[in-house]
Design a protein around this ligand. Structure first.
Ligand code: RRO
Length: 311
């Protein structure tokens, strides 16, 4: 049977599929369900310095081609998630995990990362540089100067494996500039992409979510071509030590196959997981394996990044 095992840095995973941050990862119960599923790992809801209630509801709506959300970073505080991944790390037969964090200010981000640096946690951290939904707070990674400043300071004290969650970029010059920034740092991975920020879904004559008069992050089918473009653009530009996590529009084995073909080492599922529940991991793994079998591929290395161009 073909293997969907993968690696990020020194961390191995039996399966390349996992949840995307924000979906099915707010509580320990949800995380435990992902842990017990066919997923190869989980990432926690992005944790801030203090717990947050987030934006008023309705704030997440499934629509025919995907989803729109303006959750506003509701979470139990990063310590809640840090305690849980440390607890799991100390158990036998546990999977490797990703702890997602960001501060509401640069100072808070450093406080959080200093705490993780000083903790017993030895696993992966995903720094979320791309939340589109906190009123008054821009998506950090659209500002290359601030991003460079943050990462320069982070890597002056942070020595554990760290990656960044990126917003989608839409211009070749921005791919070049962003990759030039990330190549300066010992990142373990970049995750492409967060939701496409600030879309607007209209039903009859009205918006469908309450915060920000209906503007929210778009996920699902709408974003797969943008996600694949970002995965492949960074695969072409980043130094090979920086692995790519592909996120966006994955609801079938074929979608996961395309992310890996474009260069992804791990593939995250958001909207489809929200719609289908943790069973989605087994279904998509089976579908991905069937495609690999038909093509004669026994491992992800047989086709990762090997997207074919037209001469
Ligand atoms: O909580 C959210 O509103 C949210 C976050 Br932090 C994020 O990174 N991406 C998203 O679509 N929603």
């Amino acid at each position: 049977m073909p293997s969907t095992a993968t690696k990020i840095g020194n961390f191995t995973f039996d399966n390349c599929l996992m949840n995307a941050a924000g979906v099915y990862c707010m509580t320990k119960d949800e995380l435990a369900e992902v842990e017990a599923s066919a997923a190869g790992s989980f990432v926690t809801k992005t944790g801030t310095l203090e717990p947050r209630l987030g934006n008023p509801e309705p704030r997440y709506v499934n629509v025919p081609l995907g989803s729109i959300n303006s959750m506003g970073l509701p979470n139990n505080g990063f310590n809640y998630y840090l305690d849980y991944v440390i607890e799991l790390q100390n158990q036998p037969h546990t999977k490797n995990h990703f702890l997602s964090v960001v501060g509401l200010s640069v100072d808070e981000t450093h406080k959080i990362l200093q705490t993780i640096q000083d903790s017993d946690y030895q696993g992966l951290v995903e720094l979320n540089l791309s939340c589109p939904n906190v009123p008054g707070k821009p998506q950090i990674a659209y500002d290359f100067e601030t991003t460079t400043e943050i990462l320069t300071k982070v890597f002056s004290y942070y020595t554990k494996p760290l990656g960044v969650k990126l917003p989608p970029y839409f211009d070749i010059v921005h791919f070049d500039q962003a990759a030039a920034v990330f190549n300066q740092f010992p990142l373990a991975f970049v995750n492409c992409v967060n939701s496409i920020g600030n879309g607007l879904y209209v039903d009859d004559e009205a918006v469908v979510i309450k915060p920000k008069n209906g503007f929210g992050g778009i996920g699902g089918d709408y974003i797969k071509p943008t996600a694949l473009a970002n995965v492949h653009a960074f695969y072409q530009r980043l130094k090979p030590e920086i692995k790519i996590i592909g996120t966006g529009g994955v609801k079938t084995g074929r979608d996961a196959f395309e992310h890996i073909l474009c260069g992804a080492s791990m593939v995250q599922i958001g909207t489809a997981l929200q719609k289908e529940g943790v069973q989605v991991f087994e279904r998509i793994t089976d579908e991905l394996r069937a495609i690999m079998e038909e093509k004669g591929y026994s491992s992800l290395e047989d086709f990762r990044g090997k997207l074919q161009y037209i001469d």
